[in-house]
Design a protein around this ligand. Structure first.
Ligand SMILES: Nc1ncnc2c1ncn2[C@@H]1O[C@H](COP(=O)(O)OP(=O)(O)OP(=O)(O)O)[C@@H](O)[C@H]1O
Ligand SMILES: [Mg+2]
Length: 469
């Protein structure tokens, strides 16, 4: 059964489009009225609807939300004659995945359809239990859903969890989600920011002190570790823990007991341990900067959060949510965004990840003022200029390569050898970029590329690619 339904009043257009899609192995059903479309949608299991215009029985855009509520929850791509920005705005505001004009650019349409179908498949196959509370975690990409699976599994156990990810990828958000989904939810979630533990006061903050432990200690204080009793202790930025404190922590983690400053007796604290870092702890262990025994204590389950540039398909949903949240908070009417605003977001590298996206959306909203739709001109200039540069670089690259290519007529290659050489070049460039983006993290690289571990290692070896490219 087809995954795609084409709806348009012009039967020549629907037949042509269905044929074009079939040539790309994408069978599509077609119809030329809204009444017929509704009937088909109710009996079919469509993932993508290509919604045109010129329909004899109504305005197609008015049916956008009805279509999205059909039980197969299809995503709608609007294909319209109209180049009027108001029409595009209305479509996006009513929930269209994208708005493109006729005649559709086939390459662009294929990319959009593939994205919609993948998104749909991931959303319906997400294996994490329905009962998992997401606690504000947004995203349905394969990588993010895999991390939510890990949250569900970790929440059901008492194991230590190490959450690894670049800045702004949601390490604290995920740590809180584990706690909130665990049996310890009614007890405290205590955060220790290891990057901000002053050496001199650390033991006091962690273990507390007895009255009279030192001159100014005129009352007893409960340290952070005891406060986490029954709950969860979250060691944030654990890679920043000074070596001297690593030893102290190791002792606490081994016995779940400690002695307050000035105290005589050992006190116990029953906490569940979570930790987060953006550093490569294994490399730190190898360099002697992090204790191996402490590393193994932290490492029960490992959750590797993807950088935003690896989960671009989540940008649409994240953006919609951030706009909605911000507008609700400031009691503003919600705003939509144009397809090229989304394109710009998808073409930026996001070094600050989801936090940077959230800040960018907030800045764009305040620049937009009373306008109802966000356009690229509302983005901060720094981001727009980087997007423009990248677009240009992308455009120049293939041309530059073609120009330097010598295709001498006297030594014209056979197609087979030419193809093999080009494939090798492309694979090598891809793998180099993959190692660069993932910082040589093999697990993440496998997730992003869809390659098995063994295949990835084999290719890296074949092309002599360094993991630190
Ligand atoms: N998947 C997500 N869905 C929604 N919001 C997210 C998501 N990931 C992160 N955020 C938001 O982005 C911001 C940064 O997240 P968080 O503080 O958890 O990141 P972090 O990895 O701990 O960053 P840092 O390393 O800089 O401390 C927070 O406001 C958080 O709510
Ligand atoms: Mg953090």
């Amino acid at each position: 059964m087809a995954d795609i339904l084409i709806i348009d009043g012009d039967s020549a257009f629907t037949s042509q489009l269905a044929n074009d899609l079939l040539r790309h192995n994408l069978p599509a059903a077609q119809c030329n009225s809204l009444a017929r479309a509704m009937a088909l949608l109710h009996i079919g299991d469509y993932k993508a609807v290509l919604l045109g215009d010129d329909l004899p029985d109504g305005d197609s855009l008015e049916y956008l939300s009805t279509i999205q509520e059909i039980p197969s929850f299809p995503e709608v791509i609007v294909i319209s004659h109209s180049r009027d920005p108001d029409v595009a705005e209305r479509a996006i505001q009513n929930g269209a995945w994208n708005y493109i004009t006729k005649p559709p650019n086939m390459q662009q349409l294929l990319v959009l359809i593939t994205r919609v179908i993948n998104y749909h498949a991931e959303r319906s196959s997400s294996a994490f239990p329905v009962s998992l509370r997401r606690e504000g975690i947004i995203g349905n990409s394969r990588q993010l859903v895999a991390c939510l699976d890990n949250v569900a599994q970790a929440a059901a156990t008492e194991e230590s969890v190490l959450i690894i990810g670049e800045t702004g990828t949601g390490k604290e958000l995920f740590a809180r989600a584990i706690h909130k989904n665990s049996a310890r939810v009614k007890k405290p979630f205590v955060v220790i920011d290891c990057a901000a533990l002053p050496d001199a006061l650390a033991e006091n903050l962690l273990f507390g002190h007895e009255r009279g432990a030192y001159t100014s200690a005129d009352s007893h204080s409960t340290g952070l570790i005891r406060q986490a009793d029954g709950g969860t202790l979250f060691l944030d930025e654990v890679g920043e823990l000074p070596i001297s404190l690593q030893k102290v922590f190791l002792r606490v983690l081994e016995g779940r007991s400690f002695r307050p400053v000035g105290g005589v007796n050992e006190i116990t604290s029953d906490f569940r341990l979570l930790a987060a870092t953006n550093r490569d702890l294994e490399a730190m262990v190898a360099e002697g900067e992090f204790r191996q025994d402490l590393f193994y204590r932290l490492l029960g389950t490992r959750i590797q959060l993807p950088p935003l540039r690896a989960i671009l398909e989540d940008i649409n949903e994240l953006t919609c949510n951030f706009i909605r949240r911000h507008c609700q908070r400031f009691k503003m009417e919600s705003k939509g965004f144009s397809p090229d605003f989304l394109d710009a977001l998808m073409n930026y590298e996001w070094p600050g990840n989801i936090r940077e996206l959230m800040n960018t959306i907030e800045q764009s909203l305040s620049r937009a003022g009373n306008e109802n739709i966000l356009y690229p001109r509302h983005l901060p200039k720094t981001i727009r200029s980087k997007v423009a540069r990248r677009a240009l670089e992308k455009k120049l690259l293939p041309e530059a390569q073609l120009e330097t290519e010598t295709m001498d007529i006297t030594d014209f290659p056979e197609l087979k050898s030419y193809r093999a050489r080009k494939t090798a070049e492309i694979e090598k460039r891809y793998l180099k970029k993959l190692m660069e983006i993932t910082g040589g993290n093999i697990k993440l690289a496998c997730q992003m590329s869809g390659l098995s571990r063994a295949r990835l290692y084999a290719l890296i070896k074949q092309y002599c690619i360094s993991r630190n490219s």
